[in-house]
Ligand binder design. Sequence first.
Ligand code: MRU
Length: 361
Amino acid sequence: MKINGQPYRTIWEAADGKSVEVIDQRKLPHIFDTVRLDNVERYAWAISDMVIRGAPLIGVCAAYGLATAMFENSSDDGLALAYERLIGTRPTAVNLRWSLDRMRGFFMGMVPEARASSGFALARSIAEEDVQLSAAIGRHGAEIIQRAWSAKGQKGPVNILTHCNAGWLAAVDWGTATSPIYHAVAQGVPVHVYVDETRPRNQGASLTAFELNEEGVPHSVIVDNAGGHLMQHGQVDLCIVGSDRTTSTGDVCNKIGTYLKALAAKDNDVPFYAALPFSTIDWSLAEGVRSIPIETRSDEEVTHVSGKMDDGMIATVQITPDGSSAYNPAFDVTPARLVTGIITERGVAPATEAGLRALYA
Ligand code: MRU
């Protein structure tokens, strides 16, 4: 997708053939900067510190991380150490494990001396595959938006509420929740997006709004608590969110606050969709609320906020009293009964085990 009219992806290979560059998402929307990842520690830092984030991109970045690690130490021990370092970076998004397992399986099938020269090719194909998956999610999801527009007699825009950033910045390109929006807009459907700001890190206000702005998609940033009110007043036609891990039974884990939006959607008969590629489905889990590991992040993300000052400088300020502690679970689980459907690269499934298995036989 575009930044300043120029097409970008979130991650690309550096000229040396053994490192990558990524957009530093901590600085958006005010500063565009890139960061070079050229050893396994740098990759681990970039994922844990959220230089890059979003389930699909975490997976792709980790795949490149393991490939880069093979230039440092391609022995079985080196592979095991790099795998452990990367898998420990963030616990919730299952795409991380999926891509690292895929890379490790590939490396284990060859002699250590061959690993450095072949790892980037597989990481590249995982990245390219992610682009295709997101595009296919967009095509299937756009049909839902088209139908919502028809249901309104093609009057006014389709109002879509989204939470966090499940956009192209969370993937390699297109995104998951925003891909249907970009596809529908390209098909001529008028869309307006309500963007939850998504405290504490404000991925909605800073990243989703940035993306939509750059793509010229009409949107309004709303505070996290506004969604229920808007739904009660008929101002939201449908919700589309992403996911970090979805169980085989259709429970959807996503950024903290998603569950409350799904409850409000259910109470107001607003369709609630999760958009995700197959790599986000954890087939080993039949239940999400008790089984999915929820990342707890630092208190400081809650007690402080960052933004641009009137003089253009970026500043971080404390918003809580000295001495108040905080608690910061980063994700929650929306039970399948609240999910209208799961938009995948293979089509839209009911949020049930039978529905998902029918798509992924
Ligand atoms: O903590 P983050 O910013 O990595 O959380 C991102 C989300 O919760 C996204 O909605 C999710 O990863 C889906 S991304 C297509």
